[in-house]
Design a protein around this ligand. Structure first.
Ligand SMILES: [Ca+2]
Ligand SMILES: [Ca+2]
Length: 477
């Protein structure tokens, strides 16, 4: 017989003819009884045991470690009665430890089984085969009967070698709660295009890797991240909008936990203006908003957005632009409501060469043709220029062309009586038209004069006499 506990008079009993001794762990721990502890199993490390911890069971009665040999034949089943110092708790199972598989719940069948019985009135346990032994581990019993087969699943040496090796323990399953999962805070990512945001964006990757999972038995677990919207393993972009991500983890007991988080990809960048700057117009009077140069300038304005397919560009022009600088505020909004504002100044400046000197200095050709700035026709022509031509864009264009082209020609004809006479003849229809109230005919006359001037200039071909090129103004005057 083998002492079952370290003190007292409880002894393990095996079938007659068998020899029962201390198991390897009990021996290594210098125990004098089969009663050992989980810590004693560490001594089996030298025998190749790699994992001696029974993570999901506790052993309230400690371990029993024995070896039975002297079997008559290999593969034989044997009985061992183990007296227990305390009663079997409810819901207990028998746990077996093997070098190969660590701790496992006792596997019945193939001749192996467990049974239990109360102590006899004498304080001893009944012998194997006694009908008071009932199958399984029955709460309150003090006697455990193990039927083990040499080389069977509950023989720790795993061999049919005419000996059976323990250890084992009465085990109670530990509370097996699900692991604790924490999810990262929801994040909002700025979209980079209409496709959304690249999945490899650092902030998105940090979010996907941001969940933590811990299990009181398994320790730290690595949660998984999945989405029902996209395949996170193959997708390249996270789409615009809110994407739900499900984090989950499962402990070694099969208990799973999951929780959701969201990544929101949104357009958070404002649209950008293109082709729009402040500009100036030369005019001696206010310029209408319908002036072709003004409408063309604002019509060329572009507003683009990297994410939104469409943008809305709005601005209000005043009816007229007075002399000086007038700001025009433009607003552009994308589909997400991001708005950009831009202020553009439209500056109306008086022409660098003023036609309104009153002495006829601006009427170069006419002055040269008529020989005096005081000639009455010059007054008529100036009045027509100021009150008719300079009040509209085409008229201003005609005046500008006249001032650009006429000075060298006036100088050329000034000292030539023949050319002056020709000039007066050419101007005659214009003077007549000006004197008459028919403005349309007058404009046509002026245009004919401008055309004639161009022909004369080309014919005379006097290089170096033109007005120096280059102007600080962006647009025509
Ligand atoms: Ca064996
Ligand atoms: Ca945008």
């Amino acid at each position: 017989m083998l002492p079952s506990i370290s003190c007292g008079d409880l002894y393990l009993q095996a079938d007659n003819g068998l020899r029962i001794r201390l198991g390897d762990a009990a021996l290594a721990a210098s125990k004098r009884s089969a009663a050992t502890t989980d810590d004693d199993l560490a001594f089996l490390a030298n025998d190749g045991a790699t994992d001696t911890e029974d993570r999901r069971f506790e052993h309230p009665l400690g371990l029993v470690d024995f070896r039975v040999d002297g079997l008559g034949e290999a593969g034989q089943s044997i009985n061992v009665v183990v007296p227990l110092a305390v009663a079997i708790p409810a819901a207990a199972v028998y746990r077996k430890f093997t070098l190969a598989d660590g701790w496992q719940t006792f596997a019945p069948g193939a001749g192996d089984r467990t049974a239990s019985a109360p102590l006899l009135a004498s304080g001893d346990c009944a012998l194997p085969g006694d009908p008071r032994f009932l199958p399984g581990l029955n709460a309150g019993d003090r006697c455990l009967l193990l039927t083990l087969t040499d080389g069977g699943p509950n023989d720790a040496d795993g061999q049919q070698n005419q000996q059976v090796v323990d250890p084992g323990a009465i085990g109670l399953a530990l509370p097996d709660d699900e692991p604790a999962l924490t999810t990262p805070a929801n994040v909002v990512i700025s979209a980079e295009s209409g496709e959304g945001s690249p999945l490899n964006d650092a902030d998105i990757q940090a979010f996907l890797a941001g969940a933590t999972c811990t299990d009181f038995i398994d320790g730290i677990l690595v949660p998984s991240a999945n989405s029902t919207v996209i395949d996170l393993d193959t997708a390249t972009d996270l789409p615009l909008g809110e994407t739900s991500i499900t984090f989950s983890c499962t402990n070694s007991g099969g208990n799973a936990v999951s929780a959701d988080g969201t990544v929101t990809v949104q357009d958070s960048t404002s649209p950008a203006f293109e082709n729009l700057t402040s500009f100036a117009i030369e005019s001696r009077t206010a310029v209408s908003a319908s002036d072709p140069d003004i409408t063309a300038h604002f019509a060329a304005a572009l507003c683009t957005d990297a994410v939104s397919g469409a943008v809305t560009l709005t601005f209000d022009l005043p009816a007229t632009f007075p002399l000086g600088s007038t700001p025009v505020m433009l607003a552009c909004a994308d589909d997400a409501g991001n708005t950009s504002m831009l202020s553009v100044n439209v500056t109306v400046v008086e022409p660098a060469v003023s036609p309104d000197t009153g002495d006829g200095a601006g009427c170069f050709i006419a002055t040269a043709a008529y020989g005096s700035t005081l000639h009455p026709y010059l007054g008529q022509l100036r009045t027509f220029r100021d009150e008719q031509l300079l009040q509209n864009a085409p008229g201003r264009a005609v005046v500008h062309s006249y001032y650009r082209l006429s000075p060298p020609l006036a100088e050329f004809i000034h000292d030539n009586d023949l050319l002056r006479a020709i000039s007066r003849a050419v101007l005659a229809p214009l003077v007549i038209a000006v004197i008459s109230p028919n403005a349309a005919a007058t404009i046509m006359g002026m245009m004919l004069v401008a055309f004639a001037l161009r022909l004369v200039l080309r014919a005379t071909d006097q290089p170096g006499r033109g007005r120096p090129a280059g102007t600080s103004l962006k647009t025509r005057v």
